[in-house]
Design a protein around this ligand. Sequence first.
Ligand SMILES: NC(=O)c1ccc[n+]([C@@H]2O[C@H](COP(=O)([O-])OP(=O)(O)OC[C@H]3O[C@@H](n4cnc5c(N)ncnc54)[C@H](OP(=O)(O)O)[C@@H]3O)[C@@H](O)[C@H]2O)c1
Length: 247
Amino acid sequence: MSRVALVTGASSGIGAATARLLAARGMRVGVNYLTSAEAAEDVVAGIKAAGGEAMAVRADVRETAAVESMVERVGSVWGGVDVLVHNALTPYTIKPFQDMTWDELGGKLDDELRAAFVVTKAVLPAMTEQRWGRLVYLGTGLSRRPRAGMIALGTAKAALTQFARYLAQELGPQGITVNVVEPGPVTDTKISQVLDDEQKRRQVAATPIGRLARPDDVARAVAFFAAEDNTFMTGTTAAVNGGMAMD
Ligand SMILES: NC(=O)c1ccc[n+]([C@@H]2O[C@H](COP(=O)([O-])OP(=O)(O)OC[C@H]3O[C@@H](n4cnc5c(N)ncnc54)[C@H](OP(=O)(O)O)[C@@H]3O)[C@@H](O)[C@H]2O)c1
């Protein structure tokens, strides 16, 4: 029986590309979204047209009841979630620390960790029962290397990465791997539309591979961690940045 994956924030960008790729590799995929129902249905239609199985499932990933009922819905059709890709990008403020309020910084920290907590709690019972699971979280290179104005996102994602490491330690004995994929700048996403051409040119110039990542580049790394192939990597972070930064 093919694995069941749930991809949060799969109505656009990296999440949509990941949903398509996991489905192409034989998984049944829950395509989570919050506001973009039509876009999520387009992702599902594309997967089905290619011979895959998918369903669009709406839930605000910060809300326990909504997430639990989403996971129940997926479970009632396909059985428990085997693979969670937590990718949804909750809103955040871009500004210098000196202009930032606690509500802006603390609000992003709360949203980021609450969403990760809620979706993880909801999928874990089925994974622990079967003693197999894959948890993949989308981080960002900004959690290691600061960029002007990105303190809220970078700090929240750094916390998410450490959260994932603690999960990896606790859940390893139960057959569950936990990894973080850390993209650099990715084209064809909502944030990429706010960068001007000069900023993009500078980013490409700093990238040895000579272009920015596309959502598919990131999806391939996620798909590795989500698959049976990943037998022994857990608690890791994978940079998908074309060599823009090397640790
Ligand atoms: N783009 C980049 O350059 C880049 C770089 C590094 C890391 N990343 C990480 O990669 C991930 C995906 O980024 P992206 O740029 O591909 O995102 P994106 O294109 O902005 O899409 C965001 C997705 O998150 C969903 N979403 C937002 N709030 C939600 C909520 N409360 N509940 C459920 N879904 C919600 C949106 O759904 P609706 O539209 O339906 O509301 C949408 O599907 C993020 O975790 C991001 O931090 C991105």
